[in-house]
Ligand binder design. Structure first.
Ligand code: NDP
Length: 338
């Protein structure tokens, strides 16, 4: 059972030397205690929140302990079970971590969930029909509450969360504008995901040029903004917000490696009477059934598209994770283990 441990904490930018690959025996099926399930992971999810866990600073989540398997969402199959609700061969989602197998105490509520892979591919349960999809659903539907005809903007638009935000907003009759890094990502967002426009922030690196492009793409101003990035993009969007607009603060990835992301003009929140709300998806379990029903239905019927960047083998996880923090992923970043 190959595993990736957090070996030491990053000073500034994270690097591969923060991680350590170790090999341990695969847990024995006959050593399971009552209620335990042995899962073989098919995919590991890599997510930006993991960068925060690598630090020892105060946050909404406990830091990842040193010398232990990195935390992470996984999807896989049951290979041995001493729990009545889980049978060998079941496909399950859990928090198995950066390793090939995990032993899960399935008596703990929410530790392991069975998933139906007959209409939705297994990997999607870590993306559009998993935590990132529910994140998009919560921020858009519960905070922004978009109405038909309104303009919604989302940053990191080609990614796991952003791609779902835009497609849900389109399904509700909004004008949807994405922000993404590079011409390829922007072309995908418009041509494949069906957004109305997408601004390449790398081609508009200075604030004035970015603002001009944003203004052209949002002729009626902006009613809802789903923030994944922070920094210059947020400043420009605030200048385009309509009165009584809503801003869901989901992530600030531009600052996760310690870069400063100051807000230039907070007075715009007052001037435009904005509702600005941060949220953490794990604190809203009540939204899961509703969100999963819509997202699962849309993916199963092809109305929700998604794209994945798949790294091969557990040893590739650190490099793939660092790439995610630099936008080298194109769509949901996964590690394939089987
Ligand atoms: P993505 O699939 O969107 O991948 C991350 C993307 O962020 C990259 O592809 C890159 O896209 C963009 N990015 C990285 N660095 C920068 C930068 N310096 N400036 C601008 N963009 C950058 O990841 P997720 O969909 O998983 O996550 C998106 C956001 O949602 C993150 O901020 C994450 O922390 C947040 N999140 C929050 C949750 C919550 O509960 N609040 C839950 C889940 C996610 P590009 O090349 O286009 O720049």
């Amino acid at each position: 059972n190959q595993q990736i441990l957090l070996d030491n904490r990053p000073q500034g930018e994270a690097s591969v030397s923060n991680f350590k690959l170790v090999s341990t025996p695969v847990p024995a099926a006959d050593a399971l205690a009552d209620g335990q399930v042995l899962v073989r992971h098919h995919y590991l999810s890599l997510d930006p929140y993991m960068r925060g866990r690598m630090n020892d600073s105060k946050s909404y989540a406990e830091p990842q302990p040193l010398g232990q398997v990195m935390i992470g969402g996984t999807v896989g199959e049951v290979v041995a079970s001493k729990h009545a609700r889980f049978a060998v061969g079941d496909h399950v989602v859990g928090l198995g971590g950066w390793q090939e197998y995990s032993v899960v105490d399935a008596t703990q509520r929410g530790a392991l969930s069975k998933v139906d892979t007959s209409r939705v591919p297994m990997s999607a349960y870590l993306g559009s029909v998993g935590m990132p999809g529910v994140t998009a659903f919560y921020g858009l539907i519960k905070i922004i509450q978009p109405k038909a005809g309104e303009t919604v903007v989302v940053s990191a638009a080609s990614g796991a969360v952003g791609s779902v935000v835009g497609q849900l907003a389109k399904a509700r009759g909004c004008r949807v504008v994405g922000v993404a890094g590079g011409a390829d990502k922007c072309a995908y967002v418009v041509n494949e995901l069906g957004f109305d426009a997408c601004i390449d922030y790398k081609a508009h690196a200075d604030a004035r040029s970015f603002y001009k492009a944003l203004k052209e793409a949002t002729p009626n101003g902006i009613d809802g903004y789903f923030e994944n990035v922070g920094g210059m993009i947020l400043d420009s969007v605030l200048l385009r917000m309509n009165a009584f607009g809503r801003v869901a603060i989901c992530g600030m990835i531009a600052g996760y490696n310690g870069e400063p992301t100051p807000l230039q003009n907070p007075a715009l929140i007052l001037v435009n009477r904005l509702k600005v709300e941060g949220f953490i998806v794990s604190e809203h379990p009540e939204v899961w059934p509703e969100a999963m029903q819509e997202l699962g239905g849309m993916v199963a019927t092809g109305r929700m598209k998604f794209r994945e960047s798949v790294a091969q083998g557990i040893a590739s996880a650190p490099e793939a994770f660092l790439g995610l923090l630099k936008g080298r992923n194109f769509g949901k970043q996964l590690v394939k283990l089987v």
